[in-house]
Ligand binder design. Sequence first.
Ligand SMILES: [Zn+2]
Length: 238
Amino acid sequence: MALLAGALFVLISLYLPINRIGIVSAPQGISLPRVLSRIFPGVPRVGLQIGHFEVHNHPKELAALRKNTGGSVEGLHEVALNRAVARELKTILEARGIEVDLLPATIPPRYRADLVLSIHADASDDLERRGYKSAHFIPARNRAEPELKRAVDGTYLAMSGLPDDHENVTRSMFNYYAFNHRRYHHSVRRTTPGLIVELGYISNYEDRSFLEDPSRPAEALAAGIITYLEQRGRLIGN
Ligand SMILES: [Zn+2]
């Protein structure tokens, strides 16, 4: 019995540190790491992609996107806002015991986590246009993606007071390159739910006054992520 307990302890202690840094890939079928990861799933991990950050570093397969530097209105650059919100969000999530990776525009090959949120903000010539929108890949890559979208949309719309701009979701959001695992090696693994969010329009006065304090959009996103992780049994509620 003691021998069995000892063997189990060694196996778990060998496995957990590997899982914590997210290197182990989920093999298909039944295997020891897969079974252990179900029993001891480890600390929840969230990837936050800073939209457009360091696009010049895109590898060859994404070379066409190297000039995709994001919107800019009256001295406010989308990428700076995306980064500020991602940093605030990381702090909030880490305080809840969640591990967070800040990711640039280029996703590490076949990146894996509990979820990936890609953070963007909009700009338009129509200064009246405003609101928040989000999209997962179409067709959804896994069953968790619609659930993640419902959770994040719910808290963001409620806490920000921004209107829902879903009618302006673009094809490039439904086909977002970072979630296009069939086409790109540098993309989020199929089994990891991914969601791209457009936090609001930096070209609209009301949206911009909400976005200028990055802690406000960060709190609204954090509430959605935490709700989702609780629903999936990956986080215990307060
Ligand atoms: Zn963007």
